[in-house]
Design a binder for this molecule. Structure first.
Ligand code: MN
Ligand code: MN
Length: 462
């Protein structure tokens, strides 16, 4: 009997809940790390806010903007910001750039609801904003919940106005209505993708008319009067803006045992934050280590702040040029983690997952060898050599890992920035943590997995 047990322990893949493996000290570390993470999540709901958070914290920790005129020595810390929506950081290593860089890439944009260029209108004495959703959302999940408005408006005189309204309880918030069940017989018979149309995601922003004897659109007028008094803007200014609606929800512990964190935007801030903390703690790494926090992943990584832009490559080129090395020689020796989340196995929807190849909550970081869909289409498939190399690092540093995939073959799929990193001739694989209810307004992760993510990137940078 015990023979079987011993042999299984020796030969089978371990599948233990992390909690059964770690000691009290590790557990405490994961708890403390989670508290810092929740604070970050609450203060950084958009890519602009996350960039501002990381830049401020980087400066406090001795990072300076990369200068081509400066000589750098091992341990020096540099960063570069891309249009206030993305930031890349590096700690100079002891080795020459010819040896390559160790890179972790995460994204700091999350699915949300953006305002259209001409957003404001009045209908039946209520004022609304027209919207266009950003990223892959199940539209029905974004109705009947409190939303806050974040972003930036550029005035005619080029002055810029920061907007953040709805996060504090003393401030108003916003709302997309849904039809009451009593009248929804037709709506309820539609498929979920049709029940709420993109054009009906109109945000309620007010109902009081401007007090006047006559005239139309008095509610709209009153809203503009309030906006003019608060921000000094007129209707036209709303077109010269990036305004985004996100859920008001604060990050909260989930479960009687408080083992999980619910929050908006875990995808991919639950990897961005640990990657950032890992580079903060990198003292004098052998190879130069780099953390790239990108925008636009949720809409395909296009645009000059997404991973398809040359921003990242140019930064690495500048690092290489400091050592007098050709970029391509540095890139070909570089290694990267595409630090992005995976779909956690959900016991409420077991038929959508291959349980043998799914990631599970509380089992550590997920190595996703390839993403894509329908025959690995569009995937960067990591090589056996590279994941073999990672195994050595993770096991030597007691990083708990598992292998996962985004659901069953032929049920759907998805992509990450891994393939754009691979295009640069860098070895790359997805390593992230499992998320429940991904892309919903309130996603769930495990505290223990979050801390393993920090350990994973830290060991990769060693
Ligand atoms: Mn993601
Ligand atoms: Mn995503």
């Amino acid at each position: 009997m015990s023979n079987t047990k011993d042999l299984k322990e020796k030969l089978f893949c371990p599948k233990k809940n992390l909690y059964l493996k770690i000691d009290d000290e590790q557990f405490k570390k994961a708890q403390d790390f989670s508290e810092n993470y929740k604070n970050f999540l609450n203060s950084s709901k958009t890519e602009r806010e996350a960039t501002a958070f990381f830049v401020q914290k980087a400066k406090e920790n001795g990072f300076e903007e990369l200068s081509l005129d400066k000589k750098y020595t091992p341990g020096d810390k540099v960063f570069r910001v891309n249009r206030n929506k993305s930031v890349v950081l590096a700690v100079i290593g002891e080795n020459n750039s010819r040896e390559g860089f160790n890179v972790a890439v995460s994204h700091i944009d999350s699915p949300r609801i953006d305002l259209k260029p001409n957003p404001l209108y009045e209908n039946n004495e209520m004022a609304f904003f027209k919207t266009h959703y950003y990223g892959g959302i199940k539209k029905y999940q974004w109705t009947a919940i409190p939303l806050s408005l974040h972003g930036k408006i550029i005035l005619k005189n080029q002055e810029s106005i920061e907007v953040s309204i709805g996060e504090n309880e003393s401030e108003p918030c916003f709302y997309i209505s849904d039809l009451l069940p009593h009248l929804a017989r037709e709506q309820m018979s539609k498929t979920m993708s049709k029940a709420i149309e993109g054009e009906s995601l109109n945000v309620l922003i007010g109902s009081l008319p401007f007090k006047s004897d006559s005239g139309s659109e008095l509610v709209k007028l009153n809203i503009l009067k309030i906006l003019n008094e608060k921000y000094g803007i007129i209707e036209r200014d709303l077109s010269f803006a990036e305004l985004e609606l996100v859920p008001v929800f604060k990050a909260r512990d989930i479960g009687f045992d408080r083992s999980l964190i619910g929050g908006y935007g875990h995808d991919d801030r639950c990897c961005a934050f640990p990657a950032f903390e890992a580079i903060l703690s990198a003292e004098k790494p052998k190879k130069t280590c780099v953390v790239m926090l990108a925008d636009k992943e949720e809409i395909g990584s296009d645009g000059n702040t997404g991973m398809k832009s040359s921003f990242f490559r140019y930064f690495l080129a500048d690092l290489a040029s400091i050592d007098g090395i050709k970029t391509r020689h540095a890139l070909s020796k570089s290694k990267a983690l595409s630090a992005d989340v995976d779909a956690a196995f959900d016991p409420n929807y077991p038929s959508n997952f291959d349980s043998l190849n799914s990631s599970f909550i509380n089992r550590g970081v997920v190595i996703t060898k390839y993403t894509g869909s329908g025959g690995k289409a569009g995937a960067s498939d990591a090589s056996a050599e590279f994941i073999g190399y990672l195994r050595k690092i993770f096991e030597e540093n007691n990083v708990n890992y598992q292998f996962g995939q985004l659901g069953k073959v032929d049920t759907g799929g998805g992509g990450t920035v891994a393939k754009y990193v691979a295009n640069l001739n860098i070895d790359v694989v997805d390593v992230g943590i499992p998320v429940l209810s991904m892309h919903s307004p309130f996603e769930v992760i495990s505290k223990l997995d979050l801390y393993e993510m920090f350990k994973a990137v830290k060991s990769f940078f060693k």
